[in-house]
Every structure is written in structure tokens, then in C-alpha cells.
Design a protein around this ligand. Structure first.
Ligand code: AMP
Length: 221
């Protein structure tokens, strides 16, 4: 079996991050931990966290660092996920979260932070056509719909446009990404843990670039 991996995947909304994280999670047999998907499940089930999160998410803003860290921490505790590995998608999203994660993982560290690099104009176009399964988070588009009328091929859930994929919220989320998340590139670069990947291309091409970068790092270690 391919050995596990502790990976952070960074990238603008619409960079293909969610799709690549699903592939990576299968490839390395480690869980895909998406804070966006976890928060959407809380909203769907109207939990206290979901009720608090809905308005912030619809406005395209970030939830407080500690709240998100607690949610991720709980997930990392399950079946020793920290040591075997994980693909973190959408977390950390600020320097504060990166510092909390670093402390939480000690004495372990992450193997690599992957940045998926896509121009802003391209992600705006992709998000406009993006449709997402409400139950499992699988991503479709107007050009690649499910086989049966907006019913998820994988789980049978309803496939819809996310309430925060409106043009206003997307613009806000991209601004928040530039302000809060871009500084993470320096944070991980400084630690020698950043790998930037050109994420323009087919899903398979981008996946191959990511896996090559991970394997190149492993052979150096
Ligand atoms: P995503 O699906 O990753 O784009 O996340 C959707 C929304 O969930 C974001 O716009 C935020 O409002 C919230 N969210 C997801 N992950 C985080 C995080 N790490 N920190 C704060 N808020 C988050």
C-alpha cells in the first residue's frame, strides 16, 4: 500500500482543490478533511455550530480560528488520523490557524503544503458553472452534470449551486483568500514545506504534477 501522507492543500475557490483532494485521499488511503464540507453538514443539520456558521459562510467571511481548529482537532483524534495521515482541504486558512495546527500536531509535522495556482479570472468562470452535491460534496459543473437530472452519481443527493457561490460572495471569498490565506505561502515556504503547482490543465494532469512533487520530496528525505 502507498504510505500515508500529511498534506495541506491550498488554493483559491475554484482552483480544483476539492476534486484533487478526493483523488489524493484515494491515492494515499488517508481521510480527506474538508472544513467547508464539515461546516456545510453542520448548517444542513442545524447544529449550534451550523446556526452560527451559516451567516458567516453566506457572506464569504471566515469563522473564528479556534472554532474551526476544535472541529478539525476532533476529526484528527479519530483512529489516529494524525500519525497515519490526512489531506487537509480548506484548513488552515489564516496564519492563526496554521500556528494552532502546528502546535496540535507536535511532535509530528506536515509533509508538504501544496498550493494549486490558477489565475483569478479562470476561477471566477469555473465557480459560476459549479454545482455541488449537498450530501457528499462531490463537485459537478454545467458542462459535466450528473448522469441523472442533478442527482449525485455517487450518493443520490441533490446537486445544487452552493449558496455562497453567488458572484458577490465569490468576490468576497477571493478577497479574503488574498488577505488571510496568501500569507500562508510565506509561512510554509519559510519552513521549506511549500510546493506550488500549476493547476491549469485536466484533472489527471494536475494530479500527476501533485503526486510527482510529493514523491520528489520523499526521495530527497
Ligand atoms: P470552502 O468550501 O472551503 O470554500 O468553505 C466554505 C466556507 O466555510 C468559507 O467561505 C468559510 O466561511 C467557511 N470555512 C471553511 N473553512 C474555513 C476555515 N478553515 N476557517 C474559517 N472559515 C472556514
Amino acid at each position: 500500500m502507498t504510505p500515508g501522507v500529511r498534506l495541506i492543500v491550498l488554493g483559491k475557490q475554484g482552483s480544483g482543490k476539492g476534486t484533487q483532494c478526493v483523488r489524493l485521499s484515494h491515492h494515499y488511503s488517508v481521510p480527506h478533511i474538508s472544513t467547508g464540507d464539515m461546516l456545510r453538514a453542520h448548517v444542513e443539520h442545524k447544529t449550534p455550530l451550523g446556526l452560527q456558521a451559516q451567516e458567516i459562510m453566506d457572506a464569504g467571511r471566515l469563522l473564528p480560528d479556534e472554532i474551526v481548529m476544535d472541529m478539525v482537532s476532533e476529526r484528527l483524534q479519530e483512529r489516529n488520523v494524525s500519525s497515519r495521515g490526512f489531506i487537509l482541504d480548506g484548513f488552515p486558512r489564516s496564519i492563526g490557524q496554521a500556528e494552532l495546527l502546528e502546535a496540535r500536531l507536535l511532535p509530528l509535522t506536515i509533509d508538504l503544503a501544496i498550493e494549486l495556482d490558477v489565475p483569478r479570472a479562470m476561477v471566477l468562470e469555473r465557480i459560476a458553472g459549479r454545482r455541488t452535491c449537498k450530501d457528499c460534496g462531490k463537485i459537478y459543473s454545467l458542462a459535466t452534470p450528473p448522469v441523472v437530472q442533478w442527482i449525485c452519481d455517487t450518493c443520490g443527493g441533490n446537486v445544487e449551486q452552493r449558496s455562497d457561490d453567488t458572484p458577490e460572495a465569490v468576490t468576497k471569498r477571493l478577497d479574503v483568500y488574498e488577505e488571510s490565506t496568501m500569507p500562508l505561502m510565506e509561512f510554509y515556504k519559510h519552513r521549506g514545506l511549500l510546493e506550488s503547482i500549476d493547476a491549469v490543465g485536466t484533472e489527471a494532469q494536475v494530479m500527476e504534477r501533485i503526486v510527482s512533487a510529493i514523491e520528489a520530496r520523499r526521495s530527497e528525505a
